[in-house]
Design a protein around this ligand. Structure first.
Ligand code: SAM
Length: 239
């Protein structure tokens, strides 16, 4: 297949360096430059796969001039790859701004799919996967309470990212709002200490109170529709 896009959104591992596709490696070798969030971190991955394409920095705090400069390089005929620190660029990272600018300039964008923490966590969670709501990161302070209230009202499985510093706070909020709902905590996916904890919100809060949060987390909450249905079945069985 002849690859003719201007910008490639290339998925990279979320921990295990082997989780990268053959196509991703080839594209990263072929493009003229790779825009990365943390160039030092990405250099390790690229070296591991013998990729010596020049790296340039693109992150959350990049000024509009950086976006314009990258678009200018593509307009002049160069081909670029965008990678994030981990997983699929554009998922809970600054990829979107660049993609929008590239499309506005009439250039083309192609995804090179691969790992993403939310889908890896979802498929192994044991919660329904036919419909799910991805909430990304929840606000740290302002608006946090309201978002938690709303996400417990989602009818489908709800997936979100949480930092270790706020994990306990998240569990405490969920325990107030939906104590008996099933919850899955997926930690350090694809890494040596990968772990899935499954239980009710209350059970997982109790378990977490005795340990210090470490690593990267995805939380998955049973949707309220399934929870209600399970409760009705329990009630009917009891009648
Ligand atoms: N673009 C990434 C993706 O496709 O998943 C997400 C980037 S976001 C800035 C980083 C967050 O993703 C982390 O704070 C954590 O919540 C989640 N995450 C990334 N890697 C993970 C892993 N190996 N295990 C669990 N969660 C992970």
């Amino acid at each position: 297949m002849k690859e003719t896009a201007d910008l490639y959104l290339v998925a990279t591992p979320i921990g295990n360096l082997e989780d990268i596709t053959l196509r991703a490696v080839r594209i990263l070798q072929e493009v003229d430059f790779i825009a990365a969030e943390d160039t030092r971190l990405s250099r390790r991955l690229l070296q591991h796969h013998d990729i010596d394409t020049p790296l340039t920095s693109y992150h959350d705090f990049s000024r509009p001039g950086v976006v314009a400069r990258l678009v200018g390089r593509l307009q002049s005929g160069e081909r670029g790859g965008l990678i994030s620190d981990a997983g699929m660029p554009g998922i809970s990272d600054p990829g979107y701004r660049l993609v929008a600018a590239v499309l506005d300039a009439g250039l083309t964008v192609t995804p090179i799919p691969g790992p993403s923490a939310h889908t890896a966590a979802l498929v192994a969670s044991g919660l329904p996967t036919d419909r799910f709501v991805f909430e990304g990161f929840l606000p740290r302070k302002k608006g946090r309470a309201g978002r938690f209230t709303r996400l417990t009202q989602n009818s489908a499985t709800t997936v979100f990212y949480e930092s270790p510093h706020r994990l306990l706070d998240a569990l405490e909020r969920l325990a107030t709002l939906a104590p008996q709902r099933r919850l899955v905590i997926a930690r350090e996916l694809t890494k040596a200490h990968e772990e899935f904890q499954r239980g009710t919100v209350t059970e997982l809060l109790e378990a977490q109170q005795n340990r210090s949060p470490r690593g990267e987390y995805v939380l998955l909450l049973e949707g309220h529709a399934l929870f209600e249905k399970r409760n009705r079945q329990v009630d009917a069985a009891g009648d």
